[in-house]
Design a protein around this ligand. Structure first.
Ligand SMILES: *Cc1c(COP(=O)(O)O)cnc(C)c1O
Length: 376
């Protein structure tokens, strides 16, 4: 048997990520590969860092993309910051904070879970109460935009509460970066990680991270070595750092970084605030269309993410059959429910390049069609 080249079908990606990638990004990625220490490439790395600082709204020196997906950015934050025996208060309102707990445990830390209802924003009062009974906590961690439920939390307030107790903050911004207002310096976030395949509309596989001076100080003063060699920032910075003469750490994913560079140039051209506005605008249009079809949102209106719309699946409708017909008949991907939300919601993404008027219309027409026709 001869296996031939792979040619993917042309889909529209309106799930929880990856989102549609701009042709400009794909074109950038097809440019000739350079050596990972080539001075021209190193110059491009510096531009990626500068563009990421803009996207995160930070002056943090330690801002760069980890060479692996969002989950690796999460792990980079936890393994570098959390030392054995240290307590981490984790606010959970969906799937991803559960992974934070896993990370803390594997670092030898002590997770303290503060549970909120899934589909709601994190409740600042519950965090405040939890910190009163855990005065020895060193960190507070939470998910800014919970992709499993479509809820947006008030990061600024949560960070303020954490700092009042002297805790450093670790924030998951995988789905919020580029889609919802996020101001790392103004909100004084200490460690933050994101992903490239959600609202940045780059290919999956890179994870932008940023660390405040206080976080860097904490990492410098560790008593124990970071247990992950690959993610140890002290070593990674030999390659990504500013002052150090660039030295080999791992071979950077060169062409993927061309893609991220282009995605961030696109974001800069549009302007961050305009990107936030665009996500809100198309979310409003999608919302109006869905409500006209009697489809309801899972999250209360003022806690909703514009870029991730969790819709309650109507009674008696076959979740998997609808999604598979959207894919086969309309080339449209929407997301299933994750974790305890499985079978309860559809997750319609309006992320980055995929967040446009045409896709809103496509999604509404496709859903109307598939929901109105009896089973094929
Ligand atoms: C997608 C996502 C992740 C994980 O990112 P990967 O690139 O899939 O590893 C983490 N947190 C949140 C909130 C996400 O939406």
């Amino acid at each position: 048997m001869t296996i031939k080249s792979f040619h993917p079908p042309l889909r529209t990606l309106m799930g929880p990520g990856p989102s549609d990638v701009s042709p400009r990004v794909l074109e950038a990625m097809s440019r000739p590969t350079l050596g990972h220490l080539d001075p021209v490439f190193v110059g491009m790395m510096d531009e990626v860092k500068a563009l990421l600082k803009y996207a995160f709204q930070t002056e943090n020196e330690l801002t760069m993309p980890v060479s692996a997906p969002g989950s690796a950015g999460m792990e980079t934050c936890f393994v570098n910051l959390v030392e054995p025996g240290e307590k981490v208060v984790i606010c959970q309102n969906g799937v991803f904070a559960g992974r934070m707990k896993e990370n803390v445990e594997r670092c030898g830390g002590i997770p303290v879970m503060v549970q909120d209802d899934w589909g709601r924003a994190v409740d600042p009062q519950k965090l405040e109460d939890a910190l009163k009974t855990n005065r020895d906590a060193k960190f507070v961690a939470f998910v800014h935009a919970e992709t499993s439920t479509g809820a947006l939390s008030d990061a600024k307030t949560l960070v303020e509460i954490a700092h009042r107790q002297g805790c450093l903050t670790i924030v998951d911004a995988v789905t919020s970066l580029g889609g919802s207002p996020l101001k790392v310096d103004e909100w004084k976030i200490d460690a933050i990680y994101s992903g490239t395949q959600k609202c940045l509309s780059c290919t999956p596989g890179l994870s932008p991270v940023s660390f405040s001076e206080a976080a860097v100080e904490k990492i410098r003063n560790r008593k124990s070595k970071v247990q992950s060699w690959f993610m140890d920032l002290n070593l990674v910075m030999g390659y990504w750092g500013t002052n150090a003469k660039r030295a080999y750490h791992h071979t950077a994913p060169i062409n993927a970084l061309y893609g991220l560079h282009e995605a961030l140039v696109i974001l800069q051209e549009e302007g961050l605030e305009n990107a936030w506005k665009r996500h809100l605008k198309h979310h409003e249009a999608l919302k109006a269309g869905l409500e006209a079809m009697d489809l309801g949102f899972f999250v209360p209106e003022d806690e909703r993410l514009p870029q991730l719309n969790a819709i309650s699946i109507p009674e008696g409708v076959d979740d998997a059959a609808v999604r598979s017909r959207l894919l086969s008949d309309w080339q449209l991907e929407i997301g299933a429910g994750l974790g305890q939300m499985a079978g309860k919601v559809w997750r319609i993404g309006l992320m980055g390049h995929a967040c446009n008027e045409r896709n809103v219309r496509l999604c509404l027409s496709a859903l109307k069609d598939v929901l109105s026709r009896p089973k094929a």
